[in-house]
Design a protein around this ligand. Structure first.
Ligand SMILES: *Cc1c(COP(=O)(O)O)cnc(C)c1O
Length: 396
């Protein structure tokens, strides 16, 4: 058995996306800036992909910038808003404690430049309240950046309401929608979003390509200097095959978004129900207001890394949190943000599904996790202390 349950880290490319890309690797390999016909055909594909992506997000083609992925889009959105803000002396930014590191590390850099950063606390259910944002906005706030859905615990944020508050107060609103795009409905105008980041490899498109949507009138700052590509805001020859593949993948995902959600949610809830039977376990994040494919648990008395290795032996590919932090021994900042203590946060398991998973795979996975948790607890000195009453259980 090989069961891939790490779709929040990356997804398998769809056949539609691969097939859409092939002609631009085999035949139409021109540089879109070239004036000859093979270049112009590439340029047409670029314009067409931009139109299609814009339509799916509910914006204009001139509001779309192609980037190397979600991280670059997050960086450029935040730095641009900061540069706009500082021109009028506004150097305060609001975000949350459980953002992706592409957001948090960019904010750290701005803090060193003298920006003041407010990171909102996250309630135990993993959802930010619009009132928290309203209360934190000041005269000198230039940007609010709150993710659409969290990459570790999958919780969905009330971004439309947050955007509305920002607009009433004249503050720019950015959302990292990397986990949401292709999985949840997006309409930037209706949802009051000024800037949005997405990444193709999280919705069955290619890696290394993403989008920064920025509402018309918002002046973007360059992260990369050079040629005049992307209206002069992002230099470098465009990755045409990836851009075309991303447009195809997003179209496909948005075309069956409700069916996908229905199927994957059913699998998710079955998995949650099965894992909840494990004693001294807890689901991280709200049980319902979460991404269709996200399951995240903590098991007391367990070390997440050993859990992953033993599951790998059984053919179950999972994660303990974000792929970016695994490898380090620090517990997840997301789990700490929702109030899990260090010992508990260390025993976390993230399983993220796609519509390729089957009920059979979910049943197998439930059995495998139960077995591995039991085995690891059997050899754990901490577990012995908990069972003998020497230490008190944190998860009842
Ligand atoms: C994956 C991810 C990113 C980074 O996207 P890349 O395309 O891998 O750079 C940013 N934010 C969130 C929420 C993500 O899940």
């Amino acid at each position: 058995m090989q069961i891939y349950l790490d779709n929040a880290a990356t997804t398998k490319m769809s056949k539609t996306a691969i097939n859409a890309m092939l002609p631009y690797m085999n035949g139409v390999y021109g540089n879109p800036s070239s004036l000859h016909s093979v270049g112009q055909r590439a340029n047409e594909a670029l314009a067409d992909a931009r139109e299609r992506v814009a339509k799916l997000l509910g914006c204009g083609a001139n509001e779309i910038t192609f980037t190397s992925g979600g991280s670059e889009a997050d960086n450029q959105a935040i730095v641009s808003a900061a540069r706009i803000g500082e021109k009028s002396g506004k150097k305060h930014i609001i975000s949350t404690a459980f953002e992706h590191h592409a957001v948090l590390h960019t904010l750290n850099k701005l803090a060193k430049e003298g920006f003041e950063i407010t990171l909102l606390d996250v309630h135990e259910n993993g959802i930010i309240l619009p009132e928290q944002v309203a209360d934190a906005i000041r005269e000198d706030t230039c940007l609010v950046t709150v993710m659409y859905a969290n990459n570790e615990i999958g919780t969905i944020q009330p971004i439309q309401e947050i955007g509305k508050i920002c607009h009433e107060k004249g503050v720019l609103f950015h959302t990292d929608a990397v986990q949401a795009a292709g999985h949840l409905h997006i309409h930037v105008k209706e949802q009051n979003i000024d800037m949005l980041s997405l990444s193709a490899h999280k919705f069955h498109g290619p890696k290394g390509i993403g989008v920064l949507y920025a509402r018309k009138g918002i002046r973007l700052s360059n992260l990369i200097e050079g040629g005049a590509q992307e209206r002069g805001k992002r230099a470098g020859t465009e990755n045409i095959p990836a851009i075309v593949g991303m447009a195809a993948a997003l179209e496909e995902a948005c075309g069956h978004i409700d069916e996908y959600a229905e199927k994957v949610t059913a699998l998710r809830d079955k998995l949650i129900a099965g894992l909840s039977e494990i004693p001294h376990s807890i689901l991280n994040g709200d049980a319902k207001r979460r991404l269709p494919g996200n399951v995240n648990f903590c098991f007391e008395g367990i070390e997440g890394e050993s859990l992953l290795l033993l599951l790998d032996d059984k053919g179950v590919y999972a994660s303990s949190g974000s792929a970016c932090t695994s490898g380090s021994l620090d517990p997840s900042h997301v789990l700490l943000a929702i109030g899990r203590v260090h010992d508990i946060a260390h025993g976390s398991l993230r399983l993220t599904l796609s519509d390729e998973n089957t009920e059979e795979e979910i049943e197998y996975t439930i059995g495998a996790v139960k077995e591995v948790v039991e085995y690891l607890r059997g050899i754990s000195p901490i577990w012995r202390d908990l069972v003998s009453g020497k230490k008190e259980f944190i998860i009842k």
